[in-house]
Design a protein around this ligand. Structure first.
Ligand code: ADP
Length: 259
């Protein structure tokens, strides 16, 4: 093949092309690494549960028919682990769905009413008090109602799991945005762990969270749902004082026309 002489311009172009290619390959590699990490984390999650189920079923087989208390205890543990796994599976499906489709079903609704509805749904499950403080009686917005509700429920559920007595939900409207702040007075999160809590499967204290039924997926789902609405989600926390999650949605308020 005849070798073509390369002038300055074509050398530059070639260099740029190889740079772009390298950059692309780095991104492919990072995304593959993330996928491998995800599969490994998910498998670990299922493996731990299967070990628990296997352990307790063996206990029943060996001693459960003679010792009724042990039988009951093992069945309760198995039942709870099954519920947890169902929850994790549901969340995993949700994440997969979000990654592939992520479509929003928009409608107009009252966000203040949605906050109250979510609080009423969870309040009976806990002795902790949930207070709702809103700058608006009604706040009509256009968004995906189910997804907005899911975000509120995830954050509220965490506040109830890790909070102590009082949970406050603030709904505030400014000229260009709306924000939902959910604040608890609970155990808090160590500052060094805070940057990671939105990562999939991240749990501050794995053993503590297994007892509280956590999967480490809630916040990552919430973040994706908020981002889908062009919103942002932040978390502030102080150990032994409490945690505050701030969700802000820009320019999605449509109060001009009533419902
Ligand atoms: P989980 O299902 O484990 O609660 P999340 O993704 O919702 O998973 O939260 C990740 C981790 O962040 C939790 O396991 C918990 O350690 C910590 N966390 C989340 N919310 C709070 C909170 N309100 N107070 C204290 N820790 C929290």
């Amino acid at each position: 093949i005849k070798k073509l002489p390369l002038n300055h311009k074509s050398k530059d172009e070639l260099y740029q092309l190889s740079e772009t290619f390298n950059h692309l390959m780095e991104r492919v590699e990072t995304s593959m690494q993330k996928q491998r990490q995800f599969i490994s984390d998910a498998s670990h999650e299922f493996k731990t549960s299967l070990t628990i189920l296997e352990g307790y079923t063996s206990l029943i087989r060996r001693w459960g028919f003679e010792e009724i208390d042990l039988h009951k205890e093992a069945l309760t543990a198995i039942h709870e682990e099954c519920i947890r796994m169902k929850h994790v599976t549901y969340q995993l499906l949700e994440l997969a769905d979000l990654e592939h489709e992520g479509q929003l079903t928009m409608s107009r609704f009252d966000l203040a009413a949605l906050c109250k509805e979510s609080i009423h749904l969870l309040q009976p499950l806990s002795s902790k008090e949930i207070r709702f403080i809103s700058s608006e009686h009604h706040l009509i917005i256009e968004a995906d109602k189910m997804k907005m509700k899911q975000v509120i429920l995830i954050i509220l559920d965490n506040a109830m799991k890790y909070g102590k007595q009082l949970i406050e939900v603030y709904l505030t409207k400014t000229d260009s945005s709306i924000s939902i702040r959910i604040k608890d007075d609970g155990i808090g999160i160590p500052p060094e762990e805070l940057p990671f809590v939105f990562e999939r499967f991240y749990r501050v204290d794995r053993s503590r969270n297994r007892q509280t039924g956590g999967s480490g997926l809630g916040l990552s789902i919430a973040k994706r749902l908020v981002n889908q609405h062009q919103g942002t989600i932040e978390i502030h926390s102080e150990l032994e004082k409490g945690t505050e999650v701030i969700i802000s949605y820009p320019e999605m308020i449509s109060t001009a026309n009533p419902l």
